[in-house]
Design a binder for this molecule. Sequence first.
Ligand code: SF4
Ligand SMILES: [Mg+2]
Length: 412
Amino acid sequence: MQIDFLAKKKMPYCPGCGHHASNLNLAKALEKSGYNLLDVIIVSDIGCSGLIDENMACHTVHGLHGRVVALATGIAYALANKNKKVIAIQGDGGATIGLQHLLVAARRNVNMTLLVLNNNVYGMTGGQLSGLSNTSLKEKILHDEAYYPPFDITEMAYQSGAVYASKIMAKGEFSDKLGEAIKTEGFSVVEIIGPCPAYAYNSIKEMMELGYEEKVLTNTRPFVAPQFYERSSLFDSKNAIERQFSAKISNKLSILLGGSAGEGVQLAADLLAQAGLSCGLNNTKKGEYPITVGTGFSLAEVIMSNDPIYYTGIEKADVAIVTSQDGWEMVKSRVNEFTKLFVDETIDTGTVDYGVKLPFREKVGRKSAVLCAIAYWMSHSGVVPVDALVKTFAGHKHEEKLLEAVNTGISM
Ligand code: SF4
Ligand SMILES: [Mg+2]
């Protein structure tokens, strides 16, 4: 029975676009291949080449610009079923963006076929030149002497280890040429040269005068299916936190912790959030710090709530605990007179004259000051029991030091 791979005969392309011929020949090649519709997964890229999806009757997946090979690699590995066929399609723009993916997939011999529809321009975004643009087009568009020759994607894929790499012109009937690639076990690529009358060359005839050489390059690499190893889940090493305590939170409590890099702010926030979990609350924790993680501020936002938390940001904090000037600079715009504020006495809080100022840094050192201040707040407010906090670091390699900070905070 003849299987029709084209769901829609009417193509979405401009008149004269080379993608017509590529699509029709691909459908024909698949029809001759013996694959069923549900055995073929077409993975397409952003660009006019990616408009193919709606026309195909088999599975289609549409990805990010230039990332089609990475996406198709994941699908090919996940399937690991020789009876399925993964076909990735991208334009010369996408191939330029994702060149590294293409070369690595060829080197790894990923079991897929890649079609690069090379019309020399980024068509969908308005005719910009790509890394595969011919020098004659560069002369026309750039009016510049510095013309770099285009990458030869076919040659590069071959040199990287593709089992089958060919360059063909999008002219007439070429389904058998595509069929050769489709039946290859391992990585195969076909670069199809075709016109984009909207922005580049008007016809295939015009492109044939550019000196493109049709070629077929093959490596005799045996295809070896990827090996998969059993790995433990990240969750295997984590124990679920059981409810053991109770908190006095009527609805939601937002807590800001501010300090400096290397002062244990993120750890203290993690422990605080875990303490909230052990009280049966919903909790979120977000960390914020500069890219240069070893210097500057360190900020953490913890939200505890009886109800599900749909927004994890804190605009004005219910509680703010700040133990360094860096941290204060980040926190000061997010507190007001309703905020329970606890700051280290070394901090210049400017015009903010509310809150409690205590020598947390002096008492326990800069690395434990935030935890000490959290314990102070907990023990004086009774909102979350200090025992819940202590329980979170039982068995921690710095348990003794952490406990000392907590006990100091309680006694202040
Ligand atoms: S813009 Fe170019 S590539 Fe896109 S459909 Fe039109 S002719 Fe084809
Ligand atoms: Mg293009």
